[in-house]
Design a protein around this ligand. Structure first.
Ligand SMILES: [Zn+2]
Length: 56
């Protein structure tokens, strides 16, 4: 699968994957985040889906 992180849908900032007990993808600029997931894969999918949904 594609593990690249899309840029933030809100500010185009860089996204990072973090592990705080659970995995979360967050924007280093505005702190938007994907929510917490048990696996990095789920967090990345959630982030990229959100980025896609917010494109217009
Ligand atoms: Zn952002």
């Amino acid at each position: 699968m594609d593990k690249r992180l899309k840029p933030c849908p809100f500010c185009e900032g860089d996204a990072r994957l973090a592990l705080w007990g659970q995995y979360r993808v967050y924007c280093i600029e505005c702190r938007a985040n994907s929510g917490d997931y048990l696996t990095d894969k789920e967090a990345i999918i959630a982030w990229n889906q959100r980025a896609y949904e917010n494109q217009s």
